[in-house]
Design a protein around this ligand. Structure first.
Ligand code: ZN
Length: 66
């Protein structure tokens, strides 16, 4: 296993951390209810996935406020 030989400088540490960042999730509008949802995922508001006419059965129980 590699063993650290010397301490990194603050500059080197901070340069490494320039890549640490959060990415905003991609959201699309649900074609059925208009809520924002993640693409290729069931809608959190109406439970529908893709071109389904009816909500997926396991998603129908949750998120039926519409
Ligand atoms: Zn929806």
């Amino acid at each position: 296993m590699a063993v650290q030989q010397r301490r990194n400088s603050r500059t080197r540490r901070d340069k490494r951390r320039t890549h640490y960042k959060l990415a905003a999730p991609t959201l699309v509008k649900c074609p059925y209810c208009g809520a924002m949802k993640r693409p290729h995922h069931a809608c959190p508001n109406c439970g529908r996935v893709g071109n389904e006419k009816e909500p997926a059965p396991e998603a129908a129980a949750e998120g039926q406020q519409n």
